[in-house]
Write a new protein. Sequence first.
Length: 287
Amino acid sequence: MTRTVYVNGEYLPETEAKISIFDRGFLMADGVYEVTSVLDGKLIDFDGHAVRLARSLDELDMQAPCSKEELLEIHRELVARNEIVEGLVYLQVTRGSDGDRDFVFPDPETTKPTIVLFTQNKPGLADNPAAKKGAKIISIEDIRWGRRDIKTVQLLYPSMGKMMAKKAGADDAWLIEDGYVTEGTSNNAYYVKDGTIVTRPLSNDILHGITRKAVLRMAAEAQMVVEERLFTIDEAKEADEAFTTSASAFVMPVIEIDGVALGDGTPGPIAKRLREIYLEESLKAAI
Ligand code: PDD
């Protein structure tokens, strides 16, 4: 089946979708994105992603290409046309193309934003074997820019981080700045010690994860203790367990940090429980 994608108002086969070579997303990484998961053919936390998209656009003085209602309609249409039961919807908005290359932002009256959406079919996303095994992570320096709260498409360093992890025989990397863990390359980071869940507080230093917000709410509802504070990688290495959260992997247990096994080296009970609760609750609220 040829995938149907959405580009600037049109549903097209992926082979026919086109973007200008002058698009600022391509030339300058002048764009933002969202990834929304699909379970049971429904969107998980669409509202959270739409609100964060609006904030990212606002922070960069970029126009919204359409209303939230239209966005929901496009997401649903793509899920239906591509028969996605479990998978992801990727959305990207860029500042568009004014037909040349210029550092100065084009006039928003004449240059409209580019909007692209496509689906990724991922059967078995909820029942991911990687989550049963748990992830091995390494720590690397965080050399990204200072506005990580904006979900931009500047993903070169996160990609390099994943490659460094792969080369080291690990699955992912956590990023360290001024001695403290910021987040994972494409997820938020947590450790658990003596029943307390520790994660970095929200600021411009990390992405305000939609999954993070939901998981912290669910943890509180389940009477789990959460501390939002800075933490070092050495603290995390001494933890009983650790995990990450993201829209594409939900709650992912971490079993090893820089070669040090956590607990008995298998996914910990709190990470496993939070994954179960998250999947159950999110499915109930999916639209
Ligand atoms: N990544 N931190 C970073 C740097 C991320 O890129 C992501 C998401 C998160 C988790 O945010 P959320 O829970 O809203 O997905 C945290 C997405 C999934 C990606 O780039 O594919």
